[in-house]
Design a protein around this ligand. Structure first.
Ligand code: PLP
Length: 411
């Protein structure tokens, strides 16, 4: 925990030394999200190195910012989209449609027709009605059947709403074939923020067994296995690394990779650590003998992940004299709306703070601004994009543009 805290403090200190970041804060004030596409790139490369045979499809829902899409597109990444809007967002950045995959298991009929019309070939389904809709609007589509993998160990169990049991697969494949659809394989999601490599391995192993059994007993031949996302991120405690999770599943997947396309759909892993949230203290109080501070972003804003996902990002004082003279005491950090539920965290070790002091939360890139609301009339927290070190040519420095300011998450 302390090592993680020290690492995060060092990362934030580096970020705050960036002249562009200083200028962005002067220009925008707070709250402000600082997005580092270079860290998205680094995470993508780590994943590719750990699972070299896998095709990566970034789950756009985690953070749909154009700088993230552009960075991953440059790297050759694919995109997992959950709506026609996400598909169009990715296409608008010049991504060829054959690098997209429509993974929502229940789509509006019009969305299927529009996605097919734009050239999407590969869709996910998990029920006969969806297959009928696909057959009607995307007549020769390739289909991945989504398997259920209930998992109480994950922060978000993504099998509560979607997915079928292995015992249902045979009938569903038959249904798809009768409709002229081509079932090319299976997808599953082990649950998001899953810090348990053996669960990843278990899900992969069971799915491969199922595929073997179906191939041995029917005419079907599979071409694709999509192992979903779920890789964890160190919010308030260390987690298993992507390399360790890859070590757990590589022995199962590598021997199949010659014949099967192996897909992986990470969202959080690529986006979370790439964005930090800077807030200001707007007020301070003693309540019940405890220290409270109020800040200008909260659980109805960029800290939406605290409530929606039950993750707990660190809240650190911004680098500067406060950190140096820190006498830390447990502090409740509350958001800006009038709602009592708008409490970001309790018992955060913080120094005595004054109105105007800055706080920073690292690892705020995934499922934060995309799930924020405008409750109490608050606008979306702006995002400033921090240039990658390699981007900062001497001219760019003179030109004072290492940071490109983008006004909202929709940029
Ligand atoms: C179908 C699908 N794929 C991938 C993801 C990304 O998951 P994660 O952010 O845990 O990697 C999600 C998240 O909701 C999902 O629903």
């Amino acid at each position: 925990m302390n090592t993680l805290r020290a690492r995060r403090e060092a990362e934030i200190a580096t970020l705050f030394r960036d002249e562009g970041v200083q200028r962005a804060m002067e220009l925008h004030g707070t709250p402000l999200l600082l997005l580092e596409p270079g860290r998205v790139r680094a995470q993508y490369r780590r994943l590719r190195a750990a699972l070299p045979f896998a095709e990566v499809y970034y789950a756009v829902k985690a953070l749909d910012h154009t700088a993230v899409i552009d960075t991953l597109a440059q790297e050759g990444c694919g995109f997992d989209v959950a709506s026609i809007e996400e598909l169009d967002r990715v296409r608008a950045r010049g991504v060829p449609v054959d690098r997209t995959l429509f993974t929502h298991p229940v789509k509006k009929p019009a969305e299927i027709a529009e996605a097919w019309d734009r050239g999407v070939q590969l869709f996910v389904a998990d029920n006969p009605v969806e297959l009928d809709k696909l057959a009607a609007s995307a007549p020769t589509a390739q289909v991945l059947l989504r398997l259920s993998y209930p998992n109480p160990e994950a922060k978000s169990d993504l099998s509560a709403k979607f997915g079928i049991e292995p015992s249902q697969t045979r009938a569903l494949i038959g249904h798809a074939m009768r409709r002229g659809l081509h079932v090319v394989g299976f997808s599953f999601h082990v649950g998001s923020q899953l810090d348990a490599p053996r669960r990843f391995a278990d899900a992969v192993g069971r799915t491969l067994e199922l595929m073997d059994e179906l191939e041995a007993t029917t005419d079907v031949r599979f071409e694709v296995l999509d192992v979903g996302g779920g890789f964890p991120v160190a919010y308030d405690a260390p987690v298993t690394s992507v390399e360790e999770i890859a070590d757990a599943i590589r022995p199962l997947l590598a021997p199949r990779a010659g014949r099967l396309r192996i897909l992986v759909e990470p969202g959080r892993l690529l986006a979370a650590e790439a964005m930090s949230l800077v807030t200001s203290v707007t007020g301070r109080a003693e309540r019940g003998g405890r220290r409270w501070v109020y800040v200008d972003d909260g659980v109805y804003g960029a800290y939406s992940n605290v409530v929606a996902e039950d993750v707990h990002p660190m809240i650190l004082p911004a680098p500067g004299p406060l950190v140096a003279r820190a006498r830390l005491a447990p502090t409740t950090v509350a958001g800006p709306t009038c709602d009592s539920a708008d409490i970001v965290a309790r018992d955060v070790p913080l120094p005595p703070l004054s109105v105007g002091d800055l706080l920073v939360s690292p690892a705020m890139g995934a499922y934060t601004i995309v799930t924020a609301t405008t409750f109490n009339g608050r606008v979306a927290t702006p995002i400033a994009v921090v240039a990658e070190p390699a981007d900062v040519s001497p001219e760019a420095r003179d030109d004072a543009a290492p940071v490109r300011m983008l006004s909202t998450a929709a940029s």
